[in-house]
Write a protein that binds this ligand. Structure first.
Ligand SMILES: Nc1nc2c(ncn2[C@@H]2O[C@H](COP(=O)(O)OP(=O)(O)OP(=O)(O)O)[C@@H](O)[C@H]2O)c(=O)[nH]1
Ligand SMILES: [Mg+2]
Length: 390
């Protein structure tokens, strides 16, 4: 992968240049802004970073431009042949497995993506360990993640010459493994007189506003802390009213702010508070332009600011990982806050995301009710959600 940097005074022109040179689907990674000169001659200078397509991506750009040629047709034929060759063993393995073991028997048909039969992929395991792996995969846990976690709770069975669980309880085995492999932030440890800012970021509609006020309720009602709320979501119709009415119920001050200068000033004026919670506008992780704007507004407070990324358990695993990876190029993510666990029976994302992204987890939202539908995540609770015990 190669990253190319464009510099200039107009971001739109830079993007246009990148697209002209590398095709319209060129991947824009991020941009930086520096203000140059003195008043009244100040102007913004932009650095735009784009990921240059590999040779294959270049080929697809050609196709996009419809510059098809005989050479391309020939290339496509070759790709088809290669795909057929690649999936032939997979098809064979799948057919054999379907014949020998119907799906109802509880077996996972084929390990994801690799085309390797289940027994082959997990041949080093036996007994309960294999059953737990099967169960995890059914819950949408990535096979590699399942393997890594289960191994953490295994001992070596000398007779079978394979790994098996060192306890007969799935929950205990999974809890122990999660404890070793996933970092947990635990309950918010905020003290009176220690100023802290917490910003909630994430895609649209994941539950940022609702859950920010669940946290606010806990801090105000149970921990008796002095809280203020700020919304920088001046974009969505009704967003300010939603946040303001939650603030009124809790009787905490609320500010709607749309630029970094005012945010900085407001945060300075709130230094006498214990915690300031910032609600942000939901942004698609592909909308690098708006994410950049949000970074500019939030920026500069990071020494006392934690950024919590809110992710819905409804997301597909690959999509969630992409969201985390894109957001983390803009913000230092302090923890992941999962929501909408009540809307899925396959919550593998709870394990896949923190394991693959290596980011700690903090809370889980279990429904729409404010303030009660929220829990602090810990290894045992996570294991129970995965196993469907709560
Ligand atoms: N079922 C369920 N719904 C939830 C949960 N958390 C939030 N919601 C609902 O999801 C919807 C969107 O919640 P918001 O808090 O407005 O989401 P947001 O991320 O602030 O949305 P934007 O500001 O538009 O980006 C609301 O109807 C919430 O009640 C949850 O854990 N489970
Ligand atoms: Mg919102």
């Amino acid at each position: 992968m190669e990253i190319v940097k464009y510099e200039g005074y107009n971001l739109d022109d830079l993007i246009a240049r990148a697209r002209e040179e590398y095709g319209k689907d060129v991947k824009i990674i991020s941009y930086e802004v520096v203000t140059e000169g003195i008043i009244p001659f100040r102007r913004k200078r932009y650095s735009l970073f784009v990921q240059v397509p590999t040779a294959e991506e270049g080929f697809f750009d050609l196709l996009a431009k419809e510059e098809k040629s005989e050479e391309i047709d020939h290339f496509l034929e070759r790709i088809e042949e290669m795909i057929d060759k690649k999936i032939a063993p997979l098809k064979e393995a799948l057919t054999k497995r379907c014949e020998s073991e119907p799906l109802e028997s509880g077996g996972a048909p084929v390990a994801l993506g690799e085309g390797i039969p289940f027994e082959e992929e997990f041949k080093e395991f036996t007994g309960d360990a294999l059953d737990l792996i099967r169960l995890l995969i059914k819950k949408d846990v990535d096979p590699k993640v399942a393997k890594t976690l289960v191994k953490e709770s295994c001992g070596f069975d000398i007779d079978a010459n394979k790994f098996d669980l060192n306890t007969s309880f799935f929950r205990e085995a999974l809890t122990n493994a999660i404890e070793k492999r996933i970092k947990f932030k635990g309950p918010l440890k905020l003290q009176k007189g220690t100023f802290r800012v917490i910003a909630f970021v994430g895609p649209t509609g994941v539950g940022k506003t609702t859950n920010l006020f669940k946290i606010a309720s806990e801090l105000v009602l149970n921990q008796k802390l002095k809280i203020a709320a700020i919304s920088i979501d001046t974009f969505k119709v009704g967003a300010i009213q939603q946040a303001r009415s939650f603030s009124n119920i809790l009787n905490i001050p609320f500010f709607a702010i749309s630029d970094s200068k005012n945010l900085k000033k407001t945060i300075q004026n709130l230094q006498g508070y214990d915690v300031v919670l910032i609600d942000t506008v939901g942004r698609s992780h592909y909308d690098y332009w708006r994410l950049g704007e949000m970074k500019e507004i939030l920026g500069g407070n990071s020494d006392f600011m934690d950024v919590i990324l809110v992710i819905s358990c409804n997301y597909k695993n690959s999509e969630a990982l992409e969201i985390v990876n894109r957001y983390r190029t803009f913000f230092p993510i302090d923890s992941i806050f999962f929501t909408k666990i009540d809307e899925t029976y396959k919550p593998g994302i709870l394990l896949n995301l923190p394991m693959k992204a290596d980011i700690p987890v903090s809370f889980i939202s279990i429904g729409q009710k404010v303030p009660e539908d929220i829990r602090v995540l810990n290894p045992e609770r996570m294991a129970k959600y995965i196993l469907g015990e709560i």
